[in-house]
Each structure stands twice: as structure tokens, then as C-alpha cells.
Design a protein around this ligand. Sequence first.
Ligand SMILES: Nc1ncnc2c1ncn2[C@@H]1O[C@H](COP(=O)(O)OP(=O)(O)OP(=O)(O)O)[C@@H](O)[C@H]1O
Ligand SMILES: [Mg+2]
Length: 457
Amino acid sequence: MMNPEEHAFYRKFSKKSQVEKLAFIATLTDDEAVRLQFTWQAWARDKQLTPPGAWATWVIMAGRGFGKTRTGAEQTRIWAEEDSNARIALVARTAADIRDVMVEGESGILAISPPWFKPHYEPSKRRLTWPNGAQATTYSAEQPDQLAGPQHTKFWADERSTWQYDETWDQLQFGLRLGANPQGVVTMTPRPTKAVKALLKDETTVVTRGSTRENKGNLAKRFYREITRKYEGTRLGRQELEGEVIEDVDGALWKRESMIEALRVFKHPELKRIVVGVDPSVTSTEESAETGIVIAGVGIDDHGYVLQDRSLLASPNEWAKEVIAGYYLLEADRVIGEVNNGGDLVETVLRNIDKAISYKSVRATRGKQLRAEPVSSFYERSLIHHVGVFPDLEDQMCSWVPGEKSPDRLDALVWAFTEMMVGQVQIGGMMVDTDLRNQEEIEEDEQEQEQAYALFR
Ligand SMILES: Nc1ncnc2c1ncn2[C@@H]1O[C@H](COP(=O)(O)OP(=O)(O)OP(=O)(O)O)[C@@H](O)[C@H]1O
Ligand SMILES: [Mg+2]
């Protein structure tokens, strides 16, 4: 552990201007400069340093790019340095997130470790071992069972509000009982889920809040520009940039607490139908929208269940593969694709890969609002449940106000439930979809389709 004089020295250094820092570094030998470079206390902002006092959980809830992951990684290194018997749990939403962000990411553990204290990473054993013998094991929040059994001295949990199962958290807490001071750090963009609120209320929790702006000096200009352009002035911007917890939004069709949290389940009954709703994006440039891919079912209890959100930013071929993978994995009986934005392109692209899937197109042009309302009323009547947590989808549902352009994941969800739960029109004993478009809208659709096809020529 660093002695108090050293600590004070580095904290003083951290507050100096860029010019003063460089002038000081110029007086150092190469070795000293490298040492300084890897001394977190010399660079961290106050909010990024281990809070004083006794706490069990340190929650860092801040905007994008604040330095959450960096702080989690540095705290993990400090714990490993302090205790050669440390057994640290590293948990994130998926195994890929752990590897790509927490361990191998640009602000992950390997990147911030000095050459003389770099852990040896064995992905197949899900283990990191530091030179002094301290160890960390990685756990995917998708597999709560992995955490049943192992015990730990400390943990770092990244993006807690995106974990699919609360059981992962419960198991983690249960196994946190080694050493003199079992505790952990949680890094995340704020989302007012029930689990997060409970964590914030706990009296053994300390909370650090912050905004993207606070770390502007350390962010790539392009990242900062793009993220602020994407969110500035929007409702989600207060969450994504300012790190604020946004409760219900006036005018939104979905209320977080009563219509999503209260109805959430972690298991579903036998399902009568399963469909994949797709809201396609026709291009795959950075700016363009994601393709919404939401898989949902209807149970033998006639309630609706949201099963998976596989939405992604990808080229048509890539999202088509994602749709088809989900279709087979969950044994869906149909894919429902939206026509007005890329048209029968969806069908063409899907069939290119797989001729056998069952597909139906739907038309969006007139009033997405009109389609979203009946679906939200099912939620209001407690008839639709989310099986696990779908953070991005739920953000879209709770922040979209009718009249605005509706977001992709929400659209995909609306398609899925419109197909399964909202009645179609009966004409002469046959189920027929109504096409509400007028001539102008039909022409617009055709133009969009034409543009979409052009991409493939
Ligand atoms: N105090 C600091 N000094 C220097 N660089 C920092 C500091 N804090 C963070 N950074 C750097 O800023 C960048 C963004 O940090 P980080 O990835 O930890 O942010 P984040 O909040 O996890 O972002 P995201 O919302 O994208 O997950 C990284 O390159 C990180 O190393
Ligand atoms: Mg991060």
C-alpha cells in the first residue's frame, strides 16, 4: 500500500496543469517516468479513487466515457497489489464483455497494468493471476450458476443494470465472504431498474456520480463529438451523458415501474407461439439506425413474454444471420418484418441465407403510434412480461413519446406483439391484414425499397 506522503505527493501532481505535469516528467529518469505513468493516484480524478470509510459496495454511476471501466480496472489492480491472497470476481453482462472490456479493453485490466505487475490471463480457465499470487476469476452474468460455490474477497461488476438475471448478483453477494473486508465496485450507466434502486438505497453502498464532460480531456475528440451529438438535448442524454437516473417520462407510453419492473419474470410458462419481430435498417454506416430484432412469445396463459433482444448495428447480411440464429435457437414459428423501410428486402436477405423460414411482412407507414398503443395497453393490463432484463429496449420503451420517430427495438417489439396479440381483421372468415396506406404512402414505400435494393446491385 502507498504511504500517506507518497499519496499526498501524487494527488498534488494530479491537480497540476498539463504544462506543469510535462515539465515535471522532463526531470525524471525513464524508469521514474514509467513508474509515474502507471501510478493511478497521479492521474485519477478525486471521484475515481477508492472512497474512504467502511462500505460494502461502491457504485459508480456516470455518463458514457466518464472513466467507469478504467476506475473499476484500477481498483481491481489496487486490490490485487494489496493482498496476495485476493480472490476477485469479475462480472459483466456477457463473457465477451468481460474479455473485450474488463480484461482486454482499452481501459481494461491488461491495458492499465504496469509491465512489472501484469496478470497472466488464461481465458480458458477464466482466470487472471498476478505475479504476487492474487487471482481474479471472470463470470458471465448470463450464467448465474458459475457463481454458485466460489468465494471471493472482492468483486468488480461492470454495467450491472444490463444483467439479465438478478440471481447472478445474489450469488455474487452470497459468495463474498473471504478476507478481512469483503467488498466490491459496481460500474454502470444509470438505469432506474428495481435492482439498481435497491442497491442505491442500501446503507452499505457509497455512490459516485458523474458526467461524460468530466473526462473530456481524456476522450478521443471523435468519440466525444459523436456521443454528444447523439444524445445532447435528448431525454436519454441526461442518462447517457449526465449520469442522471431518469424516472418516468411525461407522455411516454410505458412507465418503468408499473409496466415493466413490476411485471418482470425470470421464467415463462410453455409457449403457444414465438415470433421474431424485425425492424430493419438498410445501411450499416456508423450513423444509421440499428436493426431491431426482438423475440417474443405467447404462453398457454395467453400472456405475452419478451424473450430476447438481438438488435444490432450491422449490414443486412449480418442482421439477417442474427434473425435466423434467433429463429432457430428459440424455435420461433415466424419472422415478422417491417416493409416500409427496406421493403421486401428483409425477405430477400433472409431467404438468401435460408429459404425455409416462415416469414410475414407488415406495413408501417401509417401511425406507428396506432400500433404501439394497443401493445402498451397489454402491459398496462399486466399481460406482457419481460423474461429477464432488456436494458436498451426498456430505455427506448420508457423514453419514447408518441409523435417522435419511434426507435428500432421498440418497433420490433410492437411488430411481434401486434402479430400475436392484437387482432387482425376478419373478412369472410379469413384473417386479413389491413393495408391502411394511401397512394402517396405506397409510392414512398416503393421508392425506399428501390433505394434499398440498389445497395445490393
Ligand atoms: N483519470 C484519467 N486519466 C487519464 N485517462 C483516463 C482517466 N479516466 C479515464 N481515462 C480514459 O478515458 C477513456 C474512457 O474511459 P472508460 O473506458 O473507463 O470510460 P467508461 O465510463 O467506462 O466509458 P463507456 O461509457 O464507454 O463504458 C479511457 O481511455 C480511459 O483510459
Ligand atoms: Mg465502460
